[in-house]
Design a binder for this molecule. Structure first.
Ligand SMILES: Cc1cc2nc3c(=O)[nH]c(=O)nc-3n(C[C@H](O)[C@H](O)[C@H](O)COP(=O)(O)OP(=O)(O)OC[C@H]3O[C@@H](n4cnc5c(N)ncnc54)[C@H](O)[C@@H]3O)c2cc1C
Length: 472
C-alpha cells in the first residue's frame, strides 16, 4: 500500500442520479442528528406535538446514516452526562428529555443521578437507544436512509445545495435546502470547504476508547470497597458516599493501576473508569486508549480499533485481579466500534472557548445551556485534566453556523468550539440540545425561505422555550 501512497489517478467526471430532493437533510444519526431530524420535522404547533401526531406534513426531512442503526455513541455503552449542572439543576430539557422519558417508559434508562465529577449521569441501555431513536424519527415522518456514506457536497458558489452519497447502489446525490452536519467528524463541512481544525496547538486530539461491558460483577462488593475503604481504593474528586448510590461512575483507583503496572500489566490509562449498568451485575469499562488516532484517516482509525481490541483483555485481567467485585466477572458485550472523542471541528461564526465556559458566559443568541466540565483526556500519556464550570454557560447559535458557507448547519461534537471547549460540549446531553436547536432553526429557515445563517434567532429561541427546551 505504501508504494502507491503518493500516486494519483484522474477520475472521469460522470452524471449521477439524484436519489431525493428534500427540505432538510440531516447527515449522521447520532445524538445530535436524531434530535435535529426530529426537531426539523416537528410543527411549531405545540398541541399537535403534544397529541403525539405525525407532524412533518408536506415538509420533507431526511436523515442519512452510514451504519445500520441509529444512535451513534448512544449505542456504545456510555452514560449520558451533563443533564444537570454543578448545582444539581436540570439545564438540558426539551427533546433530549423526551428521549430519556421514552427510554424510562421501557425501563431502559435511569434518572439523572447527580455526580461531583460528571455533574450528572443518566444510564441508558444501548439497544433500546437504537429503537427509541428510530421511533422518534418514524413518528415525526422523517425519511431514514441507512448504509449510505456522505462523501461530498453539491455546492453552488458558497452555498451547499445537497450531498453526494456512496452505497451499494453506487454514487448518488441528495438535494436539500438546508443540510445539517451531525457526523461527529464534520464530514459535510469539510467537504464543503468550511475551515476545520483538529486538536490542540500541536494537533493532539483526545484518544479514542473501545467500550465494553462485564457481567457477573459483584457490584455490592465494589460499592462497599469504594464507600468504606477510600484509603485503599482512591478516587479522584468523588466522595466515598457517592458510591452508596445504585448508579455511579468510578474515576480513580490509581493505586490499583500502579500496583498492576508494577506486577507487569500494561494498562493504557492512569485511572480506572467503570460505569454501573442497568443490570445489577453489569459494569461498563471505559479504559482502553490509543494515542495519536485520527478517525478521519482509515489507516489511523484501523490501528486504533485493532489496538483497543487487544487492550480490553489485559484490562479485564487487571480488574479481575486488583478490583473488588470482578473476581468472577466476564466480558459480555464489546461496543460495535471504537468511540471517537475528538476529530474535526468546524470554524463557525463564533468559536466557543474554555474561558466562555469557566466564566459562565451568556449570549444573546443562546440556543442551548450546558454545564459539563472541560474534560480533556490527554492526547499523549495516560491521564486526564478537568476544569469545572461553577454553574452553566450558553452555546450561541453562531457556533452552529459556518463562518462563510451558506445552506449548512453543524451540530454536535464537530460544531464551532476550540479544543478545550469541545472537551465540555462533546457530552451527549449537550450534543442533543445543539441538534434540537439546529433542527428547529433549519425548519424555520425553510418555512420562511431564508438561509439558516439569516434565520431570526429570537424565533428559534422562542420555539425552543415553547417546546420545553431550557434556556436562561
Ligand atoms: C470513549 C468515549 C467516552 C465518552 N464518554 C461519554 C460519556 O460518558 N457521556 C457522554 O454524554 N458523552 C461521552 N462521550 C462523548 C459523546 O459520546 C460524543 O461526543 C457524542 O456522541 C457526539 O455526538 P454526535 O451526534 O456529534 O456524534 P456521534 O455520536 O459520533 O454520531 C455521529 C453519527 O454520524 C454517522 N456518520 C458519521 N459520518 C458519516 C457520514 N460521512 N455519512 C453518514 N453518516 C455518518 C455515524 O455513524 C454516527 O451514527 C464519550 C465519547 C467517547 C468516544
Amino acid at each position: 500500500m505504501s508504494d502507491n501512497m503518493n500516486a494519483m489517478i484522474k477520475e472521469p467526471a460522470r452524471e449521477i442520479p439524484v436519489r431525493a430532493s428534500v427540505d432538510i437533510l440531516v447527515v449522521g444519526g447520532g445524538p445530535s442528528g436524531v434530535m435535529a431530524a426530529r426537531a426539523a420535522a416537528a410543527k411549531e404547533n405545540k398541541s399537535v406535538e403534544k397529541a403525539g401526531g405525525c407532524y412533518s406534513g408536506s415538509r420533507k426531512v431526511m436523515l442519512i446514516e452510514s451504519r445500520g442503526y441509529l444512535g451513534g455513541n448512544l449505542t456504545i455503552g456510555l452514560p449520558i452526562l451533563g443533564f444537570l449542572n454543578r448545582k444539581g439543576e436540570q439545564i438540558i430539557k426539551g427533546l433530549p428529555q423526551e428521549f430519556i422519558d421514552r427510554m424510562r417508559a421501557v425501563k431502559a434508562a435511569s434518572g439523572h443521578v447527580p455526580c461531583k465529577n460528571h455533574m450528572s449521569l443518566t444510564i441508558i441501555d444501548p439497544e433500546s437507544a437504537k429503537t427509541v431513536c428510530q421511533e422518534m424519527l418514524e413518528e415525526a415522518g422523517v425519511d431514514i436512509l441507512m448504509y449510505v456514506f456522505c462523501v461530498g457536497v453539491v455546492k453552488e458558489g458558497d452555498t451547499v445545495k445537497g450531498v453526494i452519497i456512496e452505497s451499494k447502489a453506487g454514487r448518488e446525490a441528495i438535494l436539500a435546502k438546508t443540510v445539517i452536519d451531525c457526523t461527529g467528524d464534520g464530514d459535510v463541512a469539510f467537504r464543503a470547504g468550511v475551515e476545520c481544525r483538529k486538536g490542540d496547538d500541536d494537533g493532539g486530539m483526545q484518544p479514542p476508547t473501545l467500550m465494553y461491558n462485564m457481567r457477573n460483577v459483584d457490584v455490592d462488593r465494589l460499592r462497599d470497597a469504594l464507600s468504606n475503604h477510600p484509603d485503599i481504593f482512591d478516587m479522584d474528586v468523588m466522595p466515598p458516599e457517592q458510591f452508596g448510590k445504585r448508579y455511579f461512575i468510578t474515576v480513580g483507583l490509581r493505586n490499583q493501576i500502579k500496583a498492576a503496572s508494577e506486577a507487569g500489566f500494561h494498562i493504557p490509562v492512569a485511572r480506572t473508569i467503570l460505569i454501573t449498568g442497568l443490570k445489577d451485575d453489569e459494569i461498563w469499562v471505559n479504559m482502553s486508549r490509543v494515542s495519536g488516532v485520527d478517525s478521519t484517516d482509515p489507516v489511523s482509525y484501523t490501528r486504533g480499533e485493532l489496538t483497543a481490541r487487544k487492550q480490553i483483555y489485559e484490562i479485564s485481567a487487571y480488574l479481575e485481579e486488583f478490583v473488588p467485585g470482578f473476581e468472577k466477572a466476564r466480558i459480555e458485550t464489546v461496543a460495535p466500534f471504537t468511540g471517537i472523542r475528538e476529530s474535526r471541528v468546524m470554524v463557525g461564526k463564533y468559536i466557543l472557548t474554555a474561558q466562555d465556559i469557566l466564566e459562565c458566559r451568556r449570549f444573546d443568541d443562546a440556543i442551548a445551556v450546558a454545564g459539563y466540565p472541560v474534560d480533556i483526556h490527554h492526547s499523549k500519556g495516560t491521564d486526564c485534566t478537568m476544569y469545572f464550570c461553577p454553574d452553566s454557560y450558553d452555546i450561541p447559535y453562531r457556533c452552529l453556523v459556518p463562518a462563510k458557507t451558506e445552506g449548512l448547519l453543524v451540530a454536535g461534537r464537530c460544531s464551532s468550539m476550540n479544543h478545550e471547549a469541545m472537551a465540555s460540549t462533546r457530552v451527549m446531553s449537550t450534543c442533543m440540545a445543539m441538534g434540537e436547536a439546529a433542527g428547529r432553526a433549519a425548519r424555520i429557515a425553510s418555512d420562511e425561505g431564508v438561509l439558516p445563517s439569516g434565520v431570526d434567532v429570537d424565533k428559534v429561541r422562542r420555539e425552543l422555550r415553547e417546546t420545553g427546551a431550557y434556556l436562561k
